[in-house]
Design a protein around this ligand. Structure first.
Ligand code: FE
Ligand code: FE
Ligand code: FE
Length: 166
């Protein structure tokens, strides 16, 4: 007999576990990035997103509950790599004027990963008829996109500051 076919629902659940793991790692990384930031605006942006991320973890737990599954993460090598790159920048650029630009670039890479994941999860949730889950995930996607936009603005400001100092 052939092995049981894995379904789109299986794939959705695996990817939900991936982003759940990632959000929890981000929750640990954001306060460190806030502490490292030179500019008060950047620190405030990281702190704001830390609070949002707490809510995002809770939304994911609600989606697990809707599926009658335990909320469990699955190692996401992508977020581990992105967090590691961020730590490298913090260490190598500590006390240097380009630090914030590096922190911003790292943070945007994380937001882009999340935007990609949530976009996919929303499409799959809709395909699976899980409209309540899709609506929750849309709320999070909007926060990730707004964060990315805010970080872009701060990145422009940071580059202007570096130019003025030169
Ligand atoms: Fe997030
Ligand atoms: Fe992943
Ligand atoms: Fe985010």
């Amino acid at each position: 007999m052939a092995a049981k076919q894995k379904t789109l629902e299986d794939l959705f659940l695996e990817t939900l576990k991936d982003i759940y793991f990632a959000e929890k790692k981000i929750l640990v990384a954001l306060p460190k990035m806030a502490k490292a930031a030179n500019s008060d605006e950047l620190r405030a942006a990281f702190e704001k997103h830390e609070a949002e991320t707490q809510g995002q973890v809770e939304r994911l737990e609600q989606v697990f509950e809707m599926m009658d599954k335990p909320a469990r993460g699955k190692t996401c090598p992508a977020i581990l790599g992105l967090v590691e790159e961020g730590q490298e920048v913090m260490k190598d650029f500590k006390g240097h004027e380009a630090l914030d630009a590096g922190l911003l670039a790292g943070a945007q890479a994380v937001e882009h990963y999340e935007i990609s994941r949530y976009g996919t999860l929303i499409a799959w949730a809709n395909q699976l008829g899980m409209t309540d889950a899709a609506a929750l995930l849309e709320e999070t996607l909007a926060e990730e996109k707004n964060t990315d936009k805010a970080l872009t603005k701060l990145a422009e400001a940071s580059l202007n500051q570096i130019a003025e100092a030169a």
